[in-house]
Write a protein that binds this ligand. Structure first.
Ligand code: NAD
Length: 466
């Protein structure tokens, strides 16, 4: 493919959360003129000051080089009329019944519609939404855009696959780009917009280098509904892999096999793959739980049972309970016991606390009367705002959390936790009970009691690979 001469487009990104910020930064980096819009005025004010409302490694650096190609507003009238392409990236959090709450999407679609200019603007839905939502958004736009000319507008689905913590890498070097639309104009516009990404015709940022061997993403052009389904099916499958590893881990404990050896043995089969085949405290975060529930509830709407997904969810909940059960195995009554929890966010390198397993663990420890001392390298400030209903004492460092504790639970696999000198650290504890809920501690723990998921606790030091 010859290098393409790219013409910059004008882009509006509605919703500046994890997905919207990544999208805005990526497109501005490629040379497009981008305005990020959010109804949260505090967020907009922060962004205007050059501060990031979320923790995402490398994102600030990327934004800093975009200069005035990237601006922020809370005003639809200043962002939408000029845009060639409008991305909707608002949240779709779960309702109690499992379906996603589409009220933010509906509000955003209405405000977008009221400000469309009647020309060939393309509205792209990047939020994760149930199959059929694209058509619904089209109808909302038709209702609220008086000058709407149906054949001219197009709603396209462009689901997002980034992982928090590695969002930039995932956005710059994705495996695939899914573009779902029912008429050619919208998809063609997105191909134009994403040309630098598709051709990999951009200078890789120094802090997110292009991986060796990476060439370009596969472009998967589909119908609107298929694109919407792809996003859910992908997340459901990844969640399933984790639950599968956890189910096998439970049996490993009973038959004295080691899940780490087992997943190495099965994951090296390219038909299976090693990724997302890790036993531990189970999945969390803003997507897997929400998206599996949404898929199950879509099935219910159509009278179609989805037993594999239901089982994946059940296993995930069981896994969370297992952590406290392992603690009870060693400490028995937890009343009055001091338990250190290392890691609050659902995974390392993010401050996202949504559906984090640590939340349920701390809540359960509260119920059982334990004193919780918690630490997270980046999520503690957010926890102060969002976890006010939980009782825990903040620790200044991982080491400080352990002092005088009866047990420690390693909840999130932050590198710095794995790299602690555990043999020394446990000497400061009242009882050296370590629950490694992510199977990250290598070797044994001669001075303490090490409990892991799906493997014997006091195993001998192991080779890292092979
Ligand atoms: P988020 O909650 O971090 O951000 C959503 C933003 O939208 C917020 O800043 C909110 O203020 C803003 N917003 C709400 N209503 C608005 C409106 N009417 N107009 C303008 N802004 C509005 O959400 P997120 O994590 O970025 O996720 C967004 C969507 O992307 C969800 O559907 C999610 O499922 C999907 N997704 C998320 C991830 C992820 O890792 N976070 C990955 C892939 C897909």
């Amino acid at each position: 493919h010859p290098p393409t001469l790219h013409s910059p487009l004008k882009v509006a990104v509605v919703g500046t959360g994890y997905v919207g910020l990544g999208t805005a930064a990526l497109l501005a980096y490629f040379g497009h003129q981008v305005v990020g819009l959010d109804i949260d005025q505090d967020k907009v004010a922060m962004l205007r000051r050059g501060e990031l409302p979320i923790y995402e490694p490398g994102l600030g650096e990327l934004m800093a080089v975009c200069g005035d190609r990237l601006r922020w507003t809370d005003d639809y009238a200043s962002a939408i009329p000029d845009a060639d392409v409008i991305f909707i990236c608002v949240g779709t959090p779960p309702l109690p019944g499992g379906q996603p709450d589409l009220r933010y999407l509906a509000a955003a679609a209405q405000d977008v519609a009221r400000n469309l200019n009647g020309k060939m603007q393309v509205v792209v839905n990047k939020s994760t939404v149930p199959v059929g939502t694209g058509d619904w958004v089209t109808r909302i736009i038709e209702e609220h855009a008086p000058d709407y000319k149906a054949h001219q507008y197009n709603v396209v689905s462009n689901p997002e696959f980034l992982r928090e913590g590695t969002a930039l890498f995932d956005s710059l070097y994705p495996d695939r780009l899914v573009l779902g639309g029912n008429n050619e104009h919208g998809v063609a516009r997105l191909l134009e917009l994403y040309a630098p990404l598709i051709e990999q015709d951009f200078e890789a940022p120094a802090h997110v280098p292009r991986p060796a061997g990476y060439t370009r993403p596969e472009v998967v052009a589909t119908s609107l509904s298929s694109a919407e389904m792809i996003k859910y099916a992908a997340n459901a499958f990844l969640a399933l892999k984790i639950s599968f590893a956890n189910e096998i881990a439970g049996l490993c404990e009973r038959v004295d096999a080691d899940i780490e050896e087992v997943v190495r043995g099965i994951g090296s089969d390219t038909r299976i793959g090693r990724q997302f085949l890790s036993a531990g405290a189970g999945w969390g975060g803003s997507c897997f739980g929400k998206d599996t529930s949404a898929l199950i509830s879509t099935g219910e709407e159509y009278g179609y049972d989805m037993p594999i997904l239901r089982a994946a969810v059940t296993i995930n909940l069981r896994q969370r309970q297992l952590i406290v059960a392992k603690l009870q195995k060693h400490l028995h009554r937890l009343q009055g016991k001091r338990v250190a929890v290392l890691g609050m966010a659902f995974k390392p390198n993010t401050d996202d606390l949504r559906d984090a397993p640590a939340h349920d663990t701390i809540a359960r420890l509260n119920e059982l009367g334990a004193t919780v001392v918690a630490h997270d390298p980046v999520a503690m400030e957010r926890a102060r705002r969002e976890w006010g209903h939980l009782k825990y004492v903040e620790a200044e460092s991982a080491g400080a959390a352990l002092v005088g504790a009866d047990a420690v639970i390693l909840m999130t696999e932050w590198k710095q936790y794995a790299e602690l000198d555990w043999n020394e650290a446990v000497k400061t504890m009242r009882q050296p009970v370590v629950i490694d809920a992510r199977n990250v501690l290598r070797g044994g723990l001669p001075g303490g009691t090490l409990e892991r998921i799906g493997r014997r606790g006091q195993s001998q030091p192991q080779p890292q690979s092979g």
